[in-house]
Design a protein around this ligand. Structure first.
Ligand code: COA
Length: 422
């Protein structure tokens, strides 16, 4: 089908036919566009961001946003944070039940044995630009695991167990390795005598951590291990549904977590607290920010309309850390901000979320800011893998539909016939 040509295009009968076709075409396009626009505006099915649309069934994690409750496999987060370890919680999330003493010992030993990464991966990481973001380095390194463990036997329980162990074991090693490599140093090997979190802090800082600091860090990992179907977990499930390998599943989730609307608000919280500066400055700062319709970092959540239960625990962890290792004046600013914001934002259901106190905790542990999101990824790998297994258990490839809002059908034009763009 021809369409109306610009002045330098075909002429005569050919051009007349083209004009007629063009009119029909324009009409069709207008109709199509109108129909699409109407469909988009009236369809009760279309929910931008899939807000409120159930996209899977899951037995892994439950959130009660009105009462501020979060459970993993039915266990309240507070109990897990108080009594469990990150590896035990990861086992619970991924296999659905708390491990027996033998299962836990076996899992811990397997993870410990697989912490090292191939020298080829370390060499590859040495070629990454030192100024690159650690999340990009992590995504590339996680994806590279698929090259080394390329067998894809998703229905073999041993393959699934080995893949889980490798990812849980190696992701922290890769985060720590990039931290040293970008400083121009060789990564250091994991230490077999150190537990999971203590070993990570050791690989990062080259110093054996204080046991209390290591335990607090382990509890932070528990708090970040899972949070139902958020963007990165949805990404993991979509990738899993194609039956690709678990390394691609985790790499795609890492890429999704890297975006500023998902991971990373805790970095912004620290910047905000530093900008406020003092306790006295909090109230005028907040009033000004609200007047300017600025989002207060570390506040608000799509699911919670009360204080995020993870923020409650993180605040206590921050206090424990400050008692042991010295106070942080920014904590006073944060507390005052929470207090003042309760009056102004509380009535709208806007309270501190998980990111409000976590940055203060990580800062006290001596962790650089741009590693906050990679640490989130270390923890969330447990949740992603739980969703990977669950997806495989009742798989149907994700293939949603769309409401087309583009042009109606039209014909390709040779270059010389296209109207000049002004
Ligand atoms: N500070 C001030 N106002 C906020 C706010 C915040 N942190 N979070 C939400 N609001 C307000 C919005 O301005 C909006 O007000 P309006 O109805 O008068 O326009 C209303 O609450 C709804 O906000 P919306 O962004 O649509 O809510 P959401 O559920 O889509 O957003 C977040 C959830 C987390 C994206 C949002 O609260 C936010 O951006 N928070 C700051 C960033 C952050 O801490 N992210 C980490 C999340 S764990």
């Amino acid at each position: 089908m021809a369409v109306k040509s610009p002045s330098n295009g075909p002429s005569g009968a050919e051009s007349a036919t083209a004009s007629l076709d063009a009119a029909t075409q324009a009409n069709a396009t207008a109709q199509a566009n109108g129909a699409a626009a109407q469909a988009a505006s009236v369809s009760p099915l279309y929910r931008p961001g899939l807000e409120g649309v159930p996209a899977t069934q899951s037995a892994i994690c439950d959130i009660d946003g009105l009462r501020g409750l979060l459970t993993y496999r039915g266990y309240p987060l507070e109990q897990l944070a108080a009594h469990s370890s990150f590896l035990e919680t990861a086992y619970l999330l991924i296999w659905g039940e708390l491990p027996t003493i033998f299962q836990l010992r076996d899992f811990e030993q397997e993870v410990q044995m697989h912490r090292r990464v191939s020298f080829r991966i370390r060499d590859m990481m040495k070629c990454f630009p030192a100024g690159g973001h650690p999340m990009d380095a992590l995504q590339a390194s996680a994806a590279s695991l698929g090259l080394f463990y390329s067998r894809r036997a998703l229905d073999d329980p041993q393959y699934v167990f080995d893949a889980v162990v490798r990812l849980i074991a190696k992701i922290p090693t890769m985060v720590a390795a990039f931290q040293l490599i970008r400083k121009g140093q060789d990564p250091i090997q994991p230490r077999d005598d150190l537990a999971y979190s203590a070993n990570f802090l050791y690989m990062l800082t080259e110093r054996e951590p204080d046991p209390i600091a290591a335990r607090i860090f382990d509890r932070c990992l528990i708090l970040h291990a899972e949070h139902s179907l958020n963007a990165s977990t949805f990404s993991a499930r979509v990738t899993a549904s194609t039956l690709t390998d678990p390394y691609a599943v985790v790499a795609s989730a890492v890429g999704t977590l890297a975006g500023p609307l998902h991971g990373g608000a805790n970095e912004d919280v620290l910047e905000m607290l530093e900008e406020i500066g003092t306790v006295e400055a909090v109230e005028p700062w907040l009033d000004q920010a609200i007047k300017a319709r600025k989002k207060i970092m570390g506040f608000g959540h799509r699911e919670y309309k009360v204080k995020d239960p993870r923020a409650v625990i993180l605040q206590k962890l921050a206090e424990d850390l400050f008692l042991r290792f010295g106070h942080d004046a920014m904590y006073d600013v944060a507390q005052r901000l929470e207090e003042v914001a309760a009056d102004r934002l509380g009535p709208k259901g806007i309270y501190p979320n998980v990111d409000f106190y976590s940055g203060l905790v990580y800062r006290k542990l001596g962790i650089p800011r741009d590693l906050f999101t990679p640490i989130f990824a270390i923890a969330r790998t447990a949740g992603w893998l739980a969703h990977w297994r669950e997806q495989l258990g009742a798989n149907r490839i994700y293939r949603p539909t769309q409401i087309y809002t583009g042009s109606g059908e039209r014909s390709w034009l040779p270059l010389e016939s296209r109207p000049a763009v002004v």
